[in-house]
Design a protein around this ligand. Structure first.
Ligand code: PLP
Length: 379
């Protein structure tokens, strides 16, 4: 954890807007996940924050990786380029999943030589994989309940349980190997029942596949969704892990391989940002602060991730309800309409914590303002 005075010092040294990643926290999150879900192989979902230094730290911890584009694949590949071709091939085969159910054909062609594990959820994708990446292993992405998740994914991805085995058999008939089932319960899922129901659906698809003669499946990918501790309403990870462990042990044989693709859980609490007040105004009797970071930049998760990040001041003093706006000319660039802040002046720093996931990753150059400078600590 980085202290307030460390954040201020870093902002003085590097300037603002500043995005800070604490690698001790990354390692601690990784180790917690391993500790509480010991049967699960961790594939860090690179999309949550693809900074190469983050990938490197998790690589050193022994992580596997979920990539969803060739640039993400290349970031991971940087860490293994020193290995012999054979070792590299084995590493990719064992430790990368290309978990984007819809893949461009040129991507499939590049991936094919690595015999990658890829996800799919429809017939069209089977045809594409057969033609452009026949060496790939497949995991069927199942549509599962995303009830109460902060970010819902089931309307865009996943075969319905009713068509799942038909698709598995279709892939088999095409000469491909379906190695298992994957699902995603929706990002920042605080409703643990989603995992319970998804594991139960997965078990019934496994059973139906066996009943219909398909016996080659040996893995389950339980996806992401593991909630970051944004506030005290989020139950401890250990409680969720207990539920998942119980269901896995109850429903599946011991030799089934279990994968997970945590993104947010690994990086959210490792990220901080510090920005400066660049202007202020009173609008409708409310104090409004303009800062040099906003929703087109580090606070992009406010829009894309439906996430809220409390904006805090280092300064002490009586507070009043204030709005915080980003620096661009767009009225959408609103970081928050309700923050209790003391009276701030131009140049004062403000900061947010637990902003490591889906934040800098989706920052843009909109309006000519570049993304915040990134600083790594405890690397
Ligand atoms: C296929 C897949 N796996 C993993 C993740 C990471 O999810 P989370 O950040 O909720 O752990 C995502 C996020 O969108 C995803 O689409």
């Amino acid at each position: 954890m980085i202290t307030k005075s460390q954040l201020q010092k870093l902002a003085k040294v590097h300037g603002t807007p500043l995005f800070i990643i604490d690698h001790d926290e990354l390692r601690s999150n990784y180790r917690q996940f391993r500790k509480y879900l010991p049967r699960v192989q961790i594939y860090y979902a690179v999309k949550a924050n693809s900074d190469p230094a983050i990938v490197k730290t998790l690589y050193k911890e022994g992580s596997s990786f979920d990539v969803a584009s060739m640039p993400e694949f290349d970031i991971v590949h940087e860490n293994i380029k020193h290995l012999s071709a054979k070792k590299r091939q084995e590493w990719i085969w064992d430790k990368i999943i290309y978990a984007n159910p819809t893949k461009p054909t040129d991507t499939l062609e590049v991936l094919n030589k690595y015999k990658p594990l890829v996800t799919f959820d429809n017939s069209e994708e089977i045809k594409k994989i057969k033609k452009h990446a026949p060496n790939a292993g497949l995991a069927l992405r199942l549509k599962v309940p995303n009830t109460g998740a902060m970010v819902e994914l089931s309307s865009k991805f996943g075969a319905s349980p009713g068509e799942a085995v038909d698709l598995i058999l279709e892939a088999d008939k095409a000469g491909l190997t379906v190695e298992g089932i994957s699902f995603h319960v929706g990002s920042q899922t605080t409703n643990f029942e989603n995992y319970v129901q998804s594991l139960s659906l997965t078990a019934s698809v496994f059973k139906e596949a066996i009943d219909r003669g398909y016996t080659k499946m040996n893995l389950i990918d339980i996806g992401g969704g593991f909630p970051a501790p944004y506030d005290s309403s989020v139950k401890p990870f250990k409680e969720l892990a207990k539920v998942i462990n119980t269901e896995i042990d109850r429903l599946f044989p011991k030799d089934i391989q279990i994968l997970a693709e945590p993104g947010r859980y690994m990086v959210a609490s490792a990220g901080y940002c510090v920005s400066s007040v660049i202007g202020k105004a009173v609008r409708d009797n409310k104090m409004c602060y303009y800062i040099n970071d906003g929703v087109y930049h580090t606070y992009s998760g406010v829009i894309f991730d439906h996430c809220k990040y409390p904006v805090k001041a280092f300064k002490k003093g009586p507070t009043q309800m204030s709005s915080v706006f980003g620096p661009t000319c767009d009225a959408l660039d609103v970081v928050s309409m309700a923050e209790n802040l003391p009276s701030l002046e131009r140049g004062d720093f403000v900061y947010s914590e637990k902003i490591g996931a889906y934040s800098h990753a989706s920052a843009t150059y909109f309006n000519g303002f570049p993304p915040a400078k990134v600083v790594h600590v405890n690397q």
